[in-house]
Design a binder for this molecule. Structure first.
Ligand code: URA
Length: 208
């Protein structure tokens, strides 16, 4: 399964602006939405197609169309919503799951406070979105929960990953491919990615 680093020049350029501490909340939010369009393009690149008969103004044709049930984007709250918005721009008919997890700042463990998802996850591709794969505690917990609710076909999209997070995630869920814009140097002692971009939720929503 493995990890795909989306090294498209536009993604890398936008990510650099997002990392800078001078970047405003408005710009950070807009850039995350723009990058999520490009990440969405990559994570959906191999979706299966079928064909259907349509009439163009000129003639009938067999035209390609997505096969299967509508996919699900699962947003790990709250920073996941920053990626979700752009994904929904590209796949507006997708279903959405919300997984509310916060990071206990002492233990760095993920604590669940909310979960809502379509009931038939077993029939759908589920793309989980969370900008920062740091310790991977939240990502692993989110996928555990989605699998518990029936999901079998999952992918994970983030903006930045730490090598420690990638290792833990791929060990816990080797069947779930990971898509990220970059893998940074390491985690610091507080569980932040360095050089990273700081707290994605705070930068996205202007909190702190
Ligand atoms: N979550 C964040 O928002 N930033 C990090 O660096 C790590 C986890």
């Amino acid at each position: 399964m493995g990890v795909t680093v989306v090294d498209h020049p536009l993604v890398q350029h936008k990510l650099t602006i997002m990392r800078s501490k001078e970047t405003s909340t408005a710009s950070f939010r807009r850039l995350l939405r723009e990058i999520s369009l490009l990440l969405c393009y990559e994570v959906t690149r191999d979706l299966e197609l079928t064909t259907k008969t349509i009439d163009t103004p000129m003639q009938e044709m067999e035209a390609p169309t997505l096969e299967g049930k509508k996919l699900v984007f699962a947003s790990v709250l709250r920073a996941g919503n920053g990626l979700l918005d752009g994904m929904l721009d590209l796949v507006p008919a997708a279903r959405v799951a919300h997984v509310g997890l916060y990071r206990d700042h002492e233990t760095l463990e993920a604590v669940e406070y909310f979960f809502k998802a379509p009931s038939d996850l077993e029939n759908r591709l589920v793309i989980v979105v969370d900008p920062m794969l740091a310790t991977a505690n939240s990502a692993v917990a989110a996928i555990d929960k989605l699998k518990e609710r029936g999901a079998t076909n999952l992918r994970f999209v983030c903006l930045l990953a730490a090598p420690e997070g990638v290792e833990r995630f791929t060990k816990a869920h080797p069947d779930v491919p990971v898509f990220t814009a970059a893998i940074d140097e390491k985690l610091n002692e507080k569980g932040y990615i360095v050089p990273g971009l700081g707290d994605a939720g705070d930068r996205l929503y202007g909190t702190k």
